[in-house]
Design a protein around this ligand. Structure first.
Ligand code: MN
Length: 461
């Protein structure tokens, strides 16, 4: 079997279904995945409903209806096939579209997953798009589906490692470009917020790559722009954003930053990246480019309104869009408050990490993001660990850790550290080298930071 064979098999399973239930995850990849599958089913005249879960686990299985619909698990399911088996689901009841590590069970559920074929930079939304395209290659909404797929891939950090999408995900972006829904802009500054962030803010927030004298420094960013004679405001007094700049201004900034980096012996290989712009969306809105769009969807999901995000993906630019905008503003405000709380309270600094317990002040769904933001203002050499309580489970503490690319290059692997440490005390963890999380028993909280500190100390080169 090839990857394409798997795509085809899942597409056929869906096409033969009388009705479908899509079960998906609440982040940007999950939400775009759901939107893609719902659209594909609707266009094939298959009745479809959907369910979002924060995680597929014994407690959330109750949201998966016990009816005769085909259950399409997307962006989850591969690692939880035992739950499907325990439910008594057969191969004819299930199709799994996922990009997480698969778990072997006795029942050979139909699954399409890029992992075994080496497509490690292809998220669930990307695979969902390929299934939808296989269901109807001449799909009239292919451009819209491709756009959603690119948002999902970018939201799941598939463009991070190579400063752009690669492989099948890149081909999907090219499909969107052909359909006129996506504009791929090459050799742009590797930064976030190109459509809505004022220039100096956009520059000062970039920390991958870290630009000495610019990153984390809004005043110096402003001075840098002034030196290059780049106006910060438009004629009518609005803050200009990266997208507003003309090509000469963009290359002026890029050259200036490259010089600044080279002068201090920095590696400039991550300075440029590909941007994915959506020309059909309003300028100066979060929907205008893939990464800011993904943030809006994540905001909807993390504040328990994934269906709002889904409606935005399906094209709602009225009520759902306004609600999405509101969630995004709220999301950013709470994250800023959390960052300020961490900076005001201060972290406990150990030899190799720093940590803080925020109790139940902030929802566990945003603690990791707040950690990353706070770290950009703290000692970057010491990964930050944030502990918080869960409002629905007093027996567990959520642990979030963040570091940055410079420390990953020096050997830090937060995923490995948290898996080892949490398993030692009866918890569980996962994630990536740069960002990871774990759940640990509340009674094992004491001493956990010291345990992780020892592991991180051994990792440091
Ligand atoms: Mn995903």
């Amino acid at each position: 079997m090839s990857f394409q064979d798997d795509v085809r098999a899942v597409a056929r399973q869906i096409q033969h279904a009388d009705a479908v239930t899509v079960i998906s995850h609440i982040d940007a990849d999950g939400i775009t995945s759901e939107a893609i599958m719902v659209q594909a089913c609707k266009d094939a005249h298959i009745p479809v409903e959907s369910v979002f879960v924060r995680q597929l686990e014994p407690m959330t299985m109750k949201y998966v209806p016990e009816d005769s619909t085909l259950k399409v698990f997307i962006d989850l399911g591969a690692g939880q096939q035992n739950l499907l088996e325990e439910r008594g689901m057969g191969t004819e009841d299930v199709a799994i579209i996922d990009h997480h590590i698969s778990q072997d069970v006795d029942t050979p559920y139909l699954q399409v997953n890029g992992q075994p074929y080496g497509h490690t930079q292809l998220s669930a939304a990307g695979i969902g798009y390929l299934v939808a395209k296989e269901m109807n290659p001449g799909h009239p909404n292919l451009g819209m589906l491709a756009k959603n797929a690119v948002v999902g891939n970018v939201g799941d950090m598939m463009a991070r490692e190579h400063c752009g999408l690669i492989g099948p995900a890149r081909e999907i972006a090219a499909d969107g470009e052909r359909a006129g829904t996506i504009e791929i802009v090459q050799k742009q500054l590797n930064c976030y917020g190109i459509s809505t962030r004022p220039l100096k803010v956009c520059l000062s927030f970039s920390d991958d790559p870290f630009i000495p004298g610019i990153s984390n420094n809004e005043q110096k960013s402003e001075a840098f722009l002034k030196k290059l004679n780049i106006a910060e405001k438009t004629a009518d007094g609005k803050d200009r954003v990266w997208e507003d700049l003309d090509p000469d201004e963009k290359s002026g900034i890029i050259n200036g930053l490259a010089q600044q980096m080279l002068a201090t012996g920095q590696d400039v290989s991550r300075l440029l990246a590909e941007h994915y712009i959506f020309p059909g969306e309003e300028k100066w809105t979060a929907l205008r480019n893939a990464s800011e769009y993904a943030t809006m969807l994540n905001a909807c999901g993390r504040w328990a309104r994934p269906k709002v995000g889904s409606a935005v993906c399906a094209g709602d630019r009225a009520q759902a869009y306004w609600e999405g905008e509101r969630m995004l503003r709220h999301h950013k405000r709470i994250i800023r408050e959390m960052m300020e709380y961490i900076l005001d309270t201060g972290t406990t600094v150990l030899s190799h990490i720093q940590h803080i317990h925020v109790g139940d002040r902030f929802p566990d769904t945003i603690v990791g993001i707040g950690a990353g933001m706070a770290l950009s203002k703290l000692d970057y050499e010491k990964p930050i660990m944030i502990l918080c309580y869960l409002n629905d489970d007093p027996d567990l503490v959520k642990v979030s850790m963040r570091t940055n690319s410079r420390m990953v290059e020096r050997g830090i692997d937060l995923q490995a550290a948290l898996i080892t440490a949490s398993e030692e005390i009866g918890g569980g963890g996962g994630g990536h080298k740069i960002a990871a999380g774990a759940y640990i028993p509340t009674n094992a909280e004491e001493g956990f930071a010291e345990l992780v500190n020892r592991i991180i100390a051994e990792q440091r080169k």
